[in-house]
Design a binder for this molecule. Sequence first.
Ligand code: NAD
Length: 268
Amino acid sequence: VSVGILMWRQPPKHKEWKGPGTTAHFYEILLGRCYTYTQIVRPELRHTDCQKIGKAFTSAFLSKDPCGSTEQDYRPLMELTTQTVPCDKTLFWSKSSELAHDYTWVQRDMYTLEDTLLGYMADGLKWCGDAGSSEMNYQSCPHWREDCSNNSVSVFWNTVSKRFAEDACGVVHVVLNGSISNTFDEKSTFGRVEVFNLHPEKVHTLKAWVMNNIESVPSDSCSSSSVNNLKQILKTRNITFVCQNNYRPVRLIQCVKNPEHSSCRYNL
Ligand code: NAD
């Protein structure tokens, strides 16, 4: 009897999406980062139950349609991870991830979302589950533009970004990219979520640091139309807007990588 009949192609285990699948070893990375953060980076959090946080994280998306994710799904996780950032120390960013994080790596008392526990755990990872299975889908996950915007990863970032902004107080800061046309992008998480969830009773001022790439010609990006749009939005929200081009401490971080450039040698 031929065994050929046993070699039919298996039907796909999960639904197929247009984006890359869950990061390999997702759960181990998540747990490892939780322990690194709570034991080493911020030892004052050493009593945090990382196992519980890891389980709450995966329970938010496993066995569920990855295109039907909601803020509600992440609520148990959010409740396990409250962390306060001191007033005046919140740093937002948009299209300037590397520079903002290089800066907070040096300026340790300032916090981006990724310098808080949940942001630290999830940064750079992909994850999704499937309604018909209790496993993660390592093959593919929804692409936020081509499949659905309410996917498990986007909803997570919207949820944590919203809380990060709601919790901010005093003067808040944002690193913006002055070397692109939409320096302030209304569709970005910063423009869509963070700006609108600042509480004007607590946050009196937003300071924007508009940074140009070191190689590009110096320009006055603070007076660009997209930054003016941000200024108008904040005005209606009763938050004072201050803008600085190529804020020197951040420029000096850029100069570390490009010390020979003329803008690093002279006329800083
Ligand atoms: P950005 O445009 O540079 O995007 C940051 C990342 O989020 C990119 O990987 C981008 O592809 C992705 N992204 C943006 N909008 C998305 C969407 N609607 N769905 C899925 N992915 C999306 O900057 P941004 O959008 O202004 O986000 C940065 C700000 O929001 C920061 O202040 C941070 O607090 C928070 N945030 C962080 C992350 C992260 O990956 N660490 C992601 C989103 C938001």
